[in-house]
Design a protein around this ligand. Structure first.
Ligand SMILES: *[C@@H]1O[C@H](CO)[C@@H](O)[C@H](O)[C@H]1NC(C)=O
Ligand SMILES: *[C@@H]1O[C@H](CO)[C@@H](O)[C@H](O)[C@H]1NC(C)=O
Ligand SMILES: *[C@@H]1O[C@H](CO)[C@@H](O)[C@H](O)[C@H]1NC(C)=O
Ligand SMILES: *[C@@H]1O[C@H](CO)[C@@H](O)[C@H](O)[C@H]1NC(C)=O
Ligand SMILES: *[C@@H]1O[C@H](CO)[C@@H](O)[C@H](O)[C@H]1NC(C)=O
Ligand SMILES: *[C@@H]1O[C@H](CO)[C@@H](O)[C@H](O)[C@H]1NC(C)=O
Ligand SMILES: *[C@@H]1O[C@H](CO)[C@@H](O)[C@H](O)[C@H]1NC(C)=O
Ligand SMILES: CC(=O)N[C@H]1CO[C@H](CO)[C@@H](O)[C@@H]1O
Length: 614
């Protein structure tokens, strides 16, 4: 039988012409068939975009707490539900928390709250008690859930989350982490600069991975009337140097680049970042032999469920895709785009993005107006533990435009810094495309004139795919400060440049890191960046809600939907990575620092944190 079949398949010499004709026919049929399939796919695609659009308008319409909760698997609801203490209604707990964070847990503040809500048994620890607890935690270095998930492997991922006070965002970050594949293999380190019982309860409730809490020991909370907090004899920010010298205040000799004196709350974030990095890489027992990646997150980030998968993939492919890369970035700020640019454009990309998000899909519009509300003459209290929300819009745009504009921007920075550090709220622009950058630049000016923000993040459908696109470029603080990872090799070279980090007159850790990269590192920081972000920034208020509902709901709802779409269309967990040529090769110029870091006490404290301890 098999012989017969074999013979039939061998073409006979005298049927050559017939065979060719027949082949032609087959070829044509195959071609037409392919065309049909292609057409069908296109049609499907089109419909698909439509249905996505519908989905999203749903999403935009409903960001109620219930709707958000319905997107979260039931077992994870516990992280979103405030833990009610024994004797208190939830509302009372909220009041307490508010009061305690405002009054810095001052005794009088607490006493008042306690009497109004009748809270005999529960008292937050006083400051000396908090200090004691912090020392205890930091000495103990207790890794939770180690018995369930086993000891940390030398090459597993460590995730470090910088936590300040915004528990509501932190809840959602935890929920997103809980849903990530392979999270059980990693260690999540929560680094706190505010000791709070509710936050501690929440973190200690985590049961899906190993957890370690560390506490920044030089916080304003634990140093309310002394350096590194505010010492009563510190020079006021805006005093002239001559006056300062006369009044003999503490730091009279050391105003910053722009003639202003230290403000404690602005220096804390950079100190904390430096402290936790040193702590994690060089001091903790559990990381002593760790050679894997350390991923940096903040309390108001949100991760996609394939972020670790993708990180592992990027790490594996670094050698062949981008041998010079020493930092991996999972959360780019996406191409931004607003009504103006949208209406002036007809190209396909804009069309696609308009389908997916006619406005502010991931996005968040930054308030321009924090500073008016505090008595701080300018600089505003960092909303997140990251320094990002403190910078000047123009600075960001300047990062990606040409040299000419850069010069402009430098002037703008100077002026701005000289006057006051006011509207540094626009951190959004990190365009990947020169044209758009320019239009952003212009529109940005428009926005400033109007006093209204129309900046948005956008997720283009083309960004997620079974072949995930990545690109590589020099690390830029404003673009790549979210969800990045590096290993001990990179850290060791950064740490050798501690002097550059600690004495550069800029209160932003990410700008300081860029300074280190450009001025000190032999091998500059070079990033591999995933084009479809896996880390999102949820800690912002939406523009539509103005200030009245400045809660996380709107952005969270959008992120949930983007991820649901990506998931349902099988675009998470990509099969492979594809290197694309970056559309913009940026020559990042070094600038003068942003100031806020002129005080020698800050330089010293920072340097002290990186002294060898073992
Ligand atoms: C939002 O969703 C919740 C629960 O899914 C529902 O009760 C509510 O009516 C919805 N609101 C709007 C405006 O659609
Ligand atoms: C709450 O009170 C009950 C009894 O009243 C007690 O058994 C329980 O341990 C308390 N829980 C906490 C968290 O204090
Ligand atoms: C704070 O707690 C300590 C014990 O940790 C105690 O000795 C001290 O009296 C307390 N101070 C106040 C003001 O309650
Ligand atoms: C990590 O590496 C160290 C030193 O190479 C080794 O002694 C230790 O057993 C390793 N730990 C694990 C969990 O692999
Ligand atoms: C750390 O990353 C660098 C690239 O930045 C790589 O060359 C090196 O092999 C990595 N080290 C380890 C121990 O994986
Ligand atoms: C800025 O804040 C001031 C006072 O807090 C308020 O009156 C003003 O309307 C705000 N401006 C904008 C654009 O929100
Ligand atoms: C830094 O350490 C040195 C020596 O240990 C000490 O004298 C100095 O006071 C420390 N400075 C700060 C700001 O902690
Ligand atoms: C002492 C103190 O600050 N108490 C305040 C606690 O919060 C409530 C509600 O916001 C205020 O009414 C109290 O004055």
């Amino acid at each position: 039988m098999s012989k017969m079949r074999g013979r039939v398949l061998i073409p006979l010499p005298n049927t050559g012409a017939m065979g060719r004709k027949r082949n032609n026919f087959y070829m044509r049929s195959v071609f037409i068939l392919a065309l049909c399939i292609f057409g069908l796919l296109q049609y499907h695609n089109f419909n698909y975009l439509d249905s996505r659009d519908a989905l999203l308008s749903d999403a935009l319409a409903n960001d109620s707490a219930d709707a958000i909760l319905s997107m979260v698997p039931a077992p994870l609801h516990k992280y979103l539900t405030p833990h009610t203490r024994n004797h208190s209604a939830p509302a009372a707990a909220a009041v307490l928390q508010l009061n305690s964070s405002i009054s810095g847990l001052s005794n009088s503040g607490f006493a008042a709250a306690a009497t109004t809500i009748n809270f005999e048994a529960y008292r937050p620890p006083n400051i000396s008690e908090i200090k004691r607890q912090i020392v205890r935690y930091n000495e103990l270095q207790l890794v939770l859930n180690e018995d369930t998930f086993g000891p940390l492997q030398n090459d597993s991922v460590i995730i470090v989350v910088q936590v300040h006070t915004r528990i509501n965002y932190l809840r959602h970050l935890i929920v997103s982490l809980a849903q990530a594949r392979d999270i059980s293999k990693s260690l999540v380190v929560f680094s706190h600069d505010f000791y709070d019982d509710d936050i501690n309860d929440l973190v200690q409730q985590i049961d899906f991975c190993k957890v370690l809490q560390i506490f920044y020991p030089y916080s304003m909370q634990t140093h309310p009337h002394e350096y590194p907090g505010v010492d009563p004899n510190d020079c006021p920010r805006n005093i002239k140097k001559e006056q300062a010298l006369i009044s003999n205040c503490n730091n009279a000799l050391y105003p910053d680049l722009y003639g202003h004196y230290r403000e404690a709350k602005f220096t804390q974030t950079k100190h904390h970042w430096w402290w936790k990095s040193n702590r994690v890489f060089n001091e903790l027992e559990v990381t002593r032999f760790h050679t894997g990646l350390v991923l940096f997150l903040e309390e108001d980030h949100y991760v996609a469920e394939d972020f670790l998968y993708l990180l592992g993939m990027m790490q594996q492919r670094t050698k062949d895709l981008c041998p010079q890369c020493n930092i991996l970035s999972l959360g780019t700020y996406l191409k931004t785009f607003n009504y103006y640019t949208y209406h002036s454009k007809t190209n396909k990309k804009s069309y696609a993005s308009s389908l997916i998000s006619s406005n502010s899909l991931l996005g968040s519009n930054r308030k321009n107006n924090y500073s008016n509300n505090n008595n701080n003459n300018g600089r505003s209290l960092p909303a997140s533990s990251s320094s990002t929300s403190l910078k000047n819009a123009k600075v960001y745009v300047g990062d990606t435009v040409n040299a000419d504009k850069n010069n402009n921007n430098n002037n703008n920075i100077k002026n701005n810094m000289n006057n006051k550090r006011t509207s540094h709220m626009n951190t959004v622009t990190a365009a990947s495309n020169t044209n758009d950058v320019n239009s952003n630049y212009n529109n940005n000016n428009n926005n400033n004139k109007n006093g209204a923000q129309t900046w948005n993040y956008h997720v283009l459908p083309s960004l997620y795919s079974v072949y995930q696109k990545v690109e590589s470029m020099p690390w830029i603080s404003s673009k790549h400060n979210m969800g990045f990872a590096f290993n001990r090799t990179t850290w060791t070279s950064i740490r050798r440049c501690a002097r550059h980090f600690c004495t550069y007159d800029d209160y932003n850790w990410d700008w300081s890191l860029q300074h280190v990269s450009q001025q000190c590192l032999q091998r500059k920081l070079h990033a591999m960046i995933v084009k479809g972000p896996r880390v999102f920034h949820i800690g912002e208020c939406g523009v539509h809600h103005k200030n009245k509902n400045c809660e996380s709901n709107q952005v969270i709802s959008k992120v949930q939907h983007v991820l649901r779409i990506a998931r349902n269309s099988h675009q998470l967990f990509p099969r492979s990575l594809m290197m694309t040529v970056p559309s913009l090769i940026k020559k990042s110029k070094l600038r003068k620092g942003n100031g806020g870091w002129g005080d020698l006490r800050d330089h010293e404290l920072c340097l002290n944190m990186s002294l060898p301890t073992r």
